[in-house]
Design a protein around this ligand. Structure first.
Ligand SMILES: [Zn+2]
Length: 408
């Protein structure tokens, strides 16, 4: 029988302590990589043209950030300014992700065709950066978030990044359009008051925004999610309160972006629905920067959801003007620790569980056959999450893309 030693690998990382996406493997192991994929994970030597001695350092899957906005929605106001952002500023953001060990990101609302073009350029390696998944534009009720909040001064982008609809049929048409462009998921914003209920105001004091908004009609929400599922796409829904979260999950949502941020969960009903749907909770704790007084509520809700066994996928809501791309992903992990989540579970949220949320079976795990997106770190982030900052090396698709080892 042919052993894995018979295959000569392009790259071998020897003598690593390995967190495989779920748990630590025993002792020190060697990882053989060929054709951008992991070929073997064994304790015996592996033949390979390039050998790296990890010397007991910590090896884990690359970090995955499930909620970002990549393009600059403040400065990109027409074709020319969007092109300028993409050519001059975007490469810095992409590089910042890799420098922090983030090898996969998901854009959950950006200018539809622009983000899909960026995705194609990253996939063909014309641009260097993390793997990019994208939902394209996001669905929302007419005159709702983000159309009349963050995008109110930017009509050009509003028509490209937001799909404002109160018609189930037009919503289904738009899902079909997005599916035709092979988006990676469908994003819905379900935040606001009901037409006949109490009014809801979207407030962002630092940007001078205080505007009344409506939630999507339930029939529209249901139509979007149903049509997404017909096309094999997951539908992930922006919510901020329990009522919206319950409506989204009852309509079949596969994920909650932000989750319940505005008040403590009063019971376990949201948790039960998350478990029923096998849905993910994407906490975006980095938004606490905007509203420090909400930290306690958001941490407690995350802890309740995580302890109940719901899949939590790490996501930051990084966007231009507020965030430090990449650096925020580490901050999100550290804030998860402040919520009382153990370090090993946080690593899982940022690797295996994030990959499952994105529907990427090939990512987030150190095992034969998986894509070779790997980090090599000093210290022990499975015990002390801050050690994610002690990054030695980033391997993406089997190639070393960041190497800080000379500093060690
Ligand atoms: Zn967002």
């Amino acid at each position: 029988m042919k052993s894995s030693n018979d295959n000569v690998c392009e790259l071998v990382v020897n003598n690593a302590r390995i967190f495989d996406g779920s748990a630590m493997l025993p002792g020190l192991q060697n990882v053989g990589i060929a054709g951008g994929r992991i070929k073997s994970v064994i304790s015996s030597p592996i033949a390979g043209s390039r050998q790296i001695d990890a010397a007991g350092r910590f090896l884990m899957p690359g970090l995955i950030d499930c909620h970002i906005h990549l393009l600059n929605f403040w400065t990109a106001k027409d074709e020319a300014t969007m092109a300028a952002d993409i050519e001059t500023e975007l490469p810095k953001r992409l590089n910042a992700f890799l420098a922090a060990g983030v090898t996969t990101v998901k854009s959950v609302c950006d200018s539809e065709d622009d983000i899909l073009r960026v995705r194609a350029r990253l996939a063909s390696h014309e641009l260097a950066g993390p793997r990019l998944l994208a939902t394209g534009a996001a669905f929302c009720a007419p005159g709702s978030h983000p159309a009349t909040t963050l995008l109110v001064q930017n009509p050009w982008l509003r028509s490209r990044a937001a799909i404002e609809t109160d018609s189930p049929e037009r919503a289904r048409d738009a899902v079909r359009r997005l599916a035709g462009k092979e988006v990676d998921a469908i994003k819905v914003v379900h935040q606001g008051g009901c037409k006949h209920g109490s009014p809801y105001f979207f407030k962002a004091e630092s940007w001078g925004i205080n505007v009344q908004i409506l939630k999507l009609e339930k029939a529209v929400l249901g139509a979007i999610i149903d049509e997404a599922h017909r096309h094999g796409l997951k539908a992930t829904v922006h919510t901020v309160d329990a009522d919206a979260a319950i409506e989204a999950l009852e309509a079949g949502a596969d994920g909650l972006e932000h989750g319940v941020m505005e008040h403590r969960l009063k019971d376990d009903y949201v948790v039960e629905l998350l478990l029923r749907n096998h849905a993910s909770y994407v906490p975006t704790l980095c938004l606490i920067k905007l509203e420090e007084k909400m930290a306690e509520v958001r941490y407690a809700n995350l802890k309740q959801v995580a302890d109940a066994g719901v899949r939590v996928a790490l996501g930051t809501d990084s966007f231009c003007g507020l965030s430090k791309f990449g650096e925020d992903t580490i901050e999100e992990a550290e804030r998860s620790a402040q919520a009382g989540i153990g370090a090993a579970q946080i690593l899982r949220m940022a690797t295996k569980d994030a990959a499952e949320h994105l529907g990427l079976e090939d990512l987030g795990v150190v095992a034969p056959g998986k894509l070779a997106d790997l980090l090599l770190l000093e210290g022990d982030p499975a015990n002390s999450i801050g050690d994610l900052r002690k990054l030695s090396m980033v391997i993406e698709n089997g190639a070393v893309v960041v190497n800080n080892s000379h500093r060690a």
